[in-house]
Design a protein around this ligand. Structure first.
Ligand code: BGC
Length: 349
């Protein structure tokens, strides 16, 4: 009897060491979970995503080192691939990534999936047929069409419009541009200028487009810092209100430019939700299985559409009230600010 116990014990220790998961429950224990979110650049937009991941960790009872957030400083595909490799080696539970180049990232995402890691995407979609189990973010083409409609409403007589964006490979930048061009009829859109998520380059490019086109009537900022880049360039050129700006996102700088009458409209994404839900859904998948988790999370065809809000001076106060009602933190306030007379209000089409 004693001998049998000793043998069982030896077998358990030997095989337990060889196969780390031996004896582990089918579901991931809460303490074993490790969830990684990989973004695209150091920017206020990504800080909001990170805030969402932290809020999810706190609400779901995960410790600070169980939820990791990483971003390269600017668009850096190699750095994203390297981060994937590091976290695959660590054997984390799940990785949510915003692929700056979905084709270049797919092999690393596949390696992760092959290693049993739950791979999801956020903010910018993966390639078709990707191993990504779900995309959590904006429907970027539709959001681009809304931006195009806003531009047409701001420029009813048409005119020349510059486009500044942070990537020529990330699908969100490409889809937003396509959507914009599809609805901005009557607009003479210039070839997009690309800054690879470097706000300094974005400002230089915006300034040179403005000086090369004295008749510029509008500017479209595709990424979160592009609107502010156009705004600063417009201020420098002394053309506030003369060049209409449609931006993306509702970071503090954008809201201040909307309050100041420099940016006329912005398509605000829900990036806090993207961070929050990425952590939440990976945890659910780890604990209840992929299919059941996705059904419960409301994924449709592998997509959780986080939605957008069109923010203009005309509805800024309502937008703020909406964020407050949902408990979404923001550094800016409309307190003490009055809606200027004749402020632009978007007409949904
Ligand atoms: C985009 C992100 C991008 C960010 C830059 C956002 O509009 O959705 O993909 O990294 O802008 O700040």
């Amino acid at each position: 009897m004693k001998r049998q116990i000793v043998i069982s014990l030896i077998l358990f220790v030997v095989f337990g060491a060889l196969v780390p998961n031996i004896g582990a429950p089918a579901v991931n224990a809460q303490d074993d979970l490790k969830i990684v979110v990989i973004g695209k650049s150091v920017a206020p937009y990504w800080s909001n995503v990170e805030t969402g991941t932290k809020a999810a960790a706190a609400a779901l009872g995960l410790s600070e080192d169980q939820v990791i957030f990483f971003v390269p400083s600017t668009e850096d595909i190699a750095a994203q691939i390297q981060a994937m490799e590091t976290y695959i080696a660590q054997g984390v539970t799940g990785i949510a990534i915003a692929p700056s180049d979905p084709n270049a990232l797919e092999p690393a995402m596949k390696s992760a999936a092959d290693a049993g890691i739950l791979v999801t995407t956020l903010d910018t979609p993966p390639i078709e047929g990707s191993v990504s189990l779900v995309y959590i973010g904006t429907d970027n083409y539709t959001a681009g069409t809304i931006a195009g409609q806003a531009m047409v409403q701001l420029l009813p007589d048409g005119g020349k419009v510059g486009i500044g964006r942070g990537s020529d490979t990330a699908l969100n930048a490409l889809q937003r541009t396509d959507g914009f061009l599809a609805t901005a009829t009557g607009i003479d859109a210039l070839e997009p200028v690309t800054d690879r998520e470097d706000p300094t380059t974005a400002l230089q490019l915006a300034s040179s487009v403005i000086s090369a086109n004295p008749d510029l009537a509008g500017a479209f900022g595709v990424y979160a810092y592009n609107g502010p880049a156009w705004a600063n360039a417009v201020i420098e050129a002394g053309k506030i209100g003369e060049i209409k700006i449609v931006a993306f996102d509702a970071t503090t700088d954008i809201i201040e430019f909307i309050k100041g009458g420099v940016i006329q409209a912005s398509i605000a994404q829900r990036e806090y939700d993207m961070g929050y839900r990425s952590v939440e859904v990976i945890k659910m998948m780890a604990q209840m299985g992929v299919e059941e988790a996705l059904a419960e999370a409301g994924a449709v065809d592998g997509i959780i559409d986080t939605g957008v809000d069109v923010v203009t001076p005309g509805n800024l106060k309502e937008y703020e009230a909406g964020l407050d009602a949902k408990g979404i933190p923001h550094e800016w306030t409309t307190e003490g600010w009055e809606v200027p007379e004749g402020a632009f209000t978007f007409q949904a089409e």
